[in-house]
Design a protein. Structure first.
Length: 397
């Protein structure tokens, strides 16, 4: 019956992780992962999260099905974080928001919704991007195209090439944008570039779909939402998929959200209704536990402040690792330019290392990174920094 089912080749990132685990060499270092680790190489349990969870467990409540669109308290807090407490669009009730299964679930529900209501549109993703973008939008039935984004020669975004390509995209097509902390490159647009892009998107009638999986890891919670808030202020209808996996260190709880900014409140009501329908057809309704923790933190000013402080410290640790690696590489290889390390933001950095160099690092130094040259800066520690710097300095020509 199932003889025609092919072997799943696996996800390159997860496969690399399995190879790392099987590696018996002492002192092996895994920079291939996509999670934030603390300086002891552990996933952090944030104090604000632990406090909120402890309080919840002390008075265990019933676990009904949540509404299809998720818990009202959670949805309200998500909206505040993404759009700002003083958002005019929120006050006008023109934003439809649903709780989803992580950022991935938001992209999937958004993809299904868009395919129903914009069946002829095509999707444009940046080159390179998080691999699942292509898979999710392709899986929702869209033709998926790529627009130029990162230039290895510039070690940064090639904004002119990006604008030129998007300037030719047909009206009504969907453009996926990383709101901050681009994965995999770490290269983001400046505020001025976002403004220029917003003008183009509005003039050409494109439909932006923002993906924000690292809010708070770039420059701060509000700063990282700049692009989204600017586009909303410009009156551009758009979608936002957000994730709490990283900024709450709650990966397995699958907490995310999908918001659609509409032209007016009746439109947003209808859109929310259709998001419910899309959720119903996928998994009926989202889970309770993680959402309860997150809304308990965000609703309580003391816990909210504690969480923001912890998140700021995580961002500070990443920045310290960036600067540390930069300083050491510069000292070891004054002939080379490593400015990209301190210009990029978020957990990741595109190093420009070739596949051959990446393999050499793995084989000779037991240092693992993706073959694209992406390293997870958030997986570096004070203890591994010099080993990694020395090994990279050695493999580059
Ligand atoms: N978008 C991007 C750009 C990501 O990097 C990730 C997570 N790696 C996601 C979405 C998905 O987030 P989640 O794990 O919450 O589904």
């Amino acid at each position: 019956m199932f003889e025609h089912v092919e072997t799943y080749p696996g996800d390159p990132i997860l496969t690399l992780n399995e190879t790392f685990i099987a590696d018996t060499r002492a002192g092996k270092i895994n920079l291939g992962i996509g999670v934030y680790l603390n300086d002891a190489s552990k996933l952090p349990v944030m104090r604000a999260v632990a406090e909120a969870e402890t309080a919840l467990l002390q008075s265990p409540g019933v676990r009904p099905y949540l509404p299809m669109e998720g818990a009202p308290a959670y949805r309200k807090q998500v909206q505040r974080l993404l759009f700002g407490a003083d958002s005019a669009a929120l006050a006008a009730k023109r934003i439809a928001t649903a709780q989803t299964l992580g950022g991935s679930g938001a992209l999937k529900v958004g993809g299904d919704f868009l395919k129903s209501y914009f069946p002829k549109a095509q999707v444009w993703i940046c080159d390179p991007t998080w691999d699942n973008h292509r898979a999710i939008f392709g899986g929702a039935g869209f033709t998926v195209n790529a627009y130029p984004y990162y230039s290895a020669a510039l070690q940064h975004v090639d904004f002119d090439a990006m604008l030129a390509a998007l300037g030719k995209v047909p009206a009504g097509d969907i453009v996926v944008l990383h709101a901050c902390c681009h994965n995999p490159t770490g290269a983001d647009l400046s505020e001025q570039q976002w403004r220029t892009l917003a003008t183009l998107v509005r003039e050409r009638g494109l439909l932006p779909f923002f993906d924000i999986a690292y809010q708070g890891f770039g420059a701060g919670l509000d700063e990282d939402a700049f692009a989204i808030r600017h586009f909303v202020a410009e009156g551009i209808p758009l979608l936002v998929a957000s994730s709490f996996s990283k900024n709450f260190s709650l990966y397995g709880e699958r907490c995310g959200s999908l918001s659609i900014v509409c032209d007016n409140a009746p439109e947003a009501d209808n859109v929310l209704g259709q998001l419910k329908a899309a959720v119903r057809r996928n998994y009926s309704n989202p889970p309770t536990h993680g959402a309860r923790i997150i809304s308990a933190v965000l609703e309580n000013p003391a816990l909210d402040a504690e969480w923001t402080g912890e998140l700021n410290a995580m961002r500070g640790r990443i920045q310290a690792m960036r600067e540390g690696l930069y300083a050491q590489l510069r000292a070891l290889r004054p002939d080379r330019n490593f400015d990209y390390l301190i210009k990029q933001t978020g957990m990741f950095s595109y190093t420009g290392l070739t596949v051959a160099q990446v393999r050499k690092l793995r084989e000779e130094s037991a240092i693992y990174l993706l073959e694209s040259g992406r390293i997870c800066i958030a997986a570096l520690t004070q203890a591994t920094l010099s080993t990694v710097a020395a090994a990279i300095a050695k493999v580059i020509d």
